[in-house]
Design a protein around this ligand. Structure first.
Ligand code: G1P
Length: 275
């Protein structure tokens, strides 16, 4: 049994980069080949032994709730046919996981979305997945790698990757001291800096393990970049106390929040499945 039991999925964003598709459909439901993006995230959590899934939704996101549920009419229609097995992956998820939802009624940043999820998490360490960062690995999934690290360090952990310096404005960027292979003790982090203000080229991607005090820290942290409550600013406070680890994960991540990354992920997955 995993020490981390819950995973939070902030999923209230508008997905404007995928308009018009996202006008009437959550971006988390856009499929990479035949599975929606959010399913890959849930499977990654499940592989890490996490079975309590909390989703922070918003207006226009009901399709997510319907997806992780039974569709009686459809299932009756395809029962006994060769199509039945196409629902095996979602059936397994529903057998093993529970789903809880809460709504973010105002978009006030990622820190705010996570704070809204407090009611689903309570006071225990938890994982956060941003479903538009789609990660593929050869061995353990990224969250499995991070849960193992949590067992050792018992503090907040952010997944990082080396990015080009001309893209620092898209990510939170960290500075830290190398403590072990791929493991940094973070001492500084900046949300979406211009390249000249970036403390390094190590960017945070959408996988976090957060210690439960993060909720109090978010509550007491003033709004930051773009007037939003940034999880980066709250983590920076934990980092100053030596309580944040940056982890260079093993694997490859696709930025499916952008059309190019989404297409790359689709091609990669299609090729991998037909190989
Ligand atoms: C968010 C966070 C940022 C992080 C990124 C990872 O940005 O604010 O710190 O590096 O996710 O994908 P967004 O992609 O929502 O603009």
């Amino acid at each position: 049994m995993s020490v981390i039991k819950k995973c939070l999925f902030p999923a209230a964003g508008y997905g404007t980069r995928f308009l018009p598709a996202t006008k009437a459909m959550p971006k988390e439901m856009l499929p990479i080949v035949t599975k929606p993006l959010i399913q890959y995230g849930v499977e990654e959590a499940m592989d890490a032994g996490i079975t309590e899934i909390g989703i922070v939704t918003g207006r226009g996101k009901r399709a997510i709730e319907d997806y992780f549920d039974i569709s009686y009419e459809l299932e009756q229609e395809i029962a006994g046919s060769d199509k039945e097995e196409l629902l095996n992956s979602t059936r397994e998820i529903m057998d093993r996981c529970t789903f809880s939802y809460t709504r973010q009624v105002e978009m006030k940043g990622l820190g705010h979305a996570i704070l809204v999820g407090e009611t689903l998490i309570g006071r225990e360490p938890f994982a956060v997945v941003l479903a538009d960062d789609y990660c593929v690995t050869e061995g353990d999934g990224v969250l499995t790698q991070m849960v193992k690290l949590y067992e050792k360090y018992q503090c907040s952990i952010v997944a990082i990757e080396e990015g080009p310096m001309d893209e620092t404005h898209k990510y939170s960027v960290i500075a830290g001291d190398l403590e072990a292979d791929g493991v940094y003790r973070v001492h500084n982090m900046v949300e979406k800096p211009a390249p000249e203000n970036a403390p390094s080229n190590l960017a945070i991607i959408g996988r976090y393990i957060l210690s439960p005090d993060i909720f109090d820290v978010i509550r007491s942290t003033p709004p930051g970049k773009n007037g939003e409550m940034q999880i980066t600013d709250a983590l920076q406070i934990q980092a100053q106390q030596g309580n944040v680890i940056g982890y260079r994960f093993q694997g490859r991540r696709f930025d499916c929040g952008s059309v190019d990354g989404f297409i790359d992920a689709t091609n990669y997955t299609y090729n991998a499945q037909s190989a």
